[in-house]
Design a binder for this molecule. Structure first.
Ligand code: EPU
Length: 443
């Protein structure tokens, strides 16, 4: 397993560009299952999670590839148990294509779902277009139990018969029928699954208490380009008039607000002056507000957002919340920053029940953090010192890399396959900004 080694203490400078959004690309690619024919996507980041989805669609019989088709994504099973290191060398093309004209099986096997929960995004499209889906239950994951009851409740309301058998959800329906569905809580992939399912249902569906993330708006635009009749995405109320069929559509993936926020936190913690190109400022309001409170300054320039960091950040309190609140996916990175702040900060995690696994690892670097339930109190220390630490999930990994940029001496982050799920060459981007970060290949 690869590790990342960081020699801390260097400020960052220069320019860096934000890749396409993982969490926007995943549902858009899943939506290609709704129509026969070839969909082509631009700005699709080369990430382990995108490969997993590609493999999943390939397993079902879709034709999936990158670039001009000469870079096929292997449909073979099972995938590598620990994700897949991104090969060094030529970067993969950002063009990704799927042709779901013919599917042999409407099935998402355990081997793939267990490596990526977002595989559940195929459930809605499969049952809507093929009348049947067999998708492994995702089970718990590092950041919490993460049930899919809202996805299933919604599909049932649309008339699907749902049974659970041998760890699999089996959903069947002759044709889904529009209905009004009130989500108990705003769920991102739940909203996306139901938008896709309802697009091909008979009649009108009203989704209430929807998640409002920018990735949902991106999916709505994709579905409309495919011929869906959908309004309200980005608000709590989404209305969909089902149509009889959809056609494939080409789309460009929006920049990744979480990667952008991670890069901003990297500059804030390491110090320096960096132009973050393609930063989706309009999707980063809550993150920018907190970083500003911590003393970081931003100026919009043509082509990007310039970020300048103070020598030491100020303490800030933060509560994670569904969009437009402060994103849970940037909580660990902000905590790394606050660990060296002047004063004490309170970090409250309200979205997931167990998203503080980075705390123990940050403590190994010298951070002073105590956790009580959903609240962490971070008492800023003047310095961190390098140590060996272990990544536990995607965003926790990023926070450890960021802390390593600030820590004196060498920090080694192991289990970086987590990082490869969601960051496209983070170590290369940081190196290009002057950080000393390198990947150490595992055995
Ligand atoms: N929940 C339920 N029942 C459901 C669905 C969700 O109780 O049926 C709960 C979850 O357990 C959680 C809360 O609702 O406590 C919100 O979860 P949500 O469903 O919104 O999360 P998700 O759709 O599984 C997406 C992102 C996550 C991100 C969350 C929250 C994708 C592919 N994943 O997950 O991204 O943290 O929304 O914003 O879009 C990441 O990229 O690192 C990541 C984990």
């Amino acid at each position: 397993m690869d590790a990342i080694e960081i020699e801390g203490g260097l400020p960052l400078s220069g320019e860096v560009s934000v890749s396409g959004s993982k969490n926007a690309a995943l549902p858009m690619i899943a939506a290609s299952l709704l129509a026969p024919g070839r969909s082509v996507f631009q700005e699709v980041p080369d990430l382990a999670d995108i490969r997993t989805l590609g493999r999943l669609l390939g397993h079902m019989g879709a034709k999936v590839g990158r670039g001009d088709g000469s870079e096929p994504i292997s449909p073979s099973l099972p995938p590598p148990p620990r994700g897949e290191p991104i090969p060094v060398g030529q970067p993969a093309s950002r063009t990704f294509h799927v042709d779901a004209s013919n599917l042999e099986k409407a099935e998402a096997p355990y081997e793939l779902v267990k490596t990526m929960r977002a595989s559940v995004l195929v459930l809605g499209p499969l049952v809507a277009r093929f009348g049947r889906a067999r998708v492994s239950l995702p089970g718990g994951c590092a950041i919490g139990a993460r049930p899919i009851d809202q996805h299933l409740k919604g599909l049932e309301a649309l008339g699907a018969q749902i049974t659970l058998e041998g760890g699999y959800v089996i959903a069947t329906a002759k044709r889904l029928k529009g209905a009004t569905i009130l989500f108990d809580l705003p769920t991102v992939t739940g909203t996306e699954n139901l938008m896709m399912a309802a697009a091909l249902a008979d009649g009108k569906t009203v989704l209430e208490n929807c998640a409002r993330e920018p990735e949902i708006i991106a999916l709505g635009e994709q579905l409309r380009a495919m011929g869906a009749n959908i309004t309200g995405e980005g608000t709590p109320l989404i209305t969909i008039e089902g149509v009889d069929e959809l056609k494939p559509a080409n789309a460009t993936v929006i920049p990744d607000r979480i990667e952008a926020g991670t890069l901003l936190c990297a500059v804030a913690i390491a110090g320096g002056d960096v132009l973050v190109k393609r930063a989706p400022v309009q999707h980063l309001e809550a993150a920018l507000a907190k970083l500003r409170e911590a003393g970081t300054s931003f100026t919009s320039e043509s082509g990007g957002l310039r970020v300048r960091a103070p020598a030491r950040p100020d303490a800030v309190d933060v509560i994670t919340a569904p969009y437009p609140g402060y994103p849970t996916d940037l909580q660990a990175q902000l905590m790394a920053l606050l660990s060296v702040a002047k004063g004490a900060s309170r970090v409250v995690e309200t979205v997931f029940e167990n998203r503080f696994m980075h705390v123990n690892e940050l403590q190994r670097l010298g951070a002073d953090i105590s956790v009580d339930g959903h609240t962490a109190v971070v008492k800023g220390v003047p310095r961190l010192s390098g140590a060996q630490v272990m990544a536990t999930d995607l965003r926790a990994s990023a926070s450890l890399v960021l802390a390593g940029l600030r820590a004196e001496g060498k920090t080694t982050v192991s289990r970086v396959y987590h990082l490869d799920r969601g960051y496209e060459g983070l170590e290369k981007k940081l190196t290009s900004l002057g950080a000393r970060v390198r990947r150490v290949p595992g055995n």
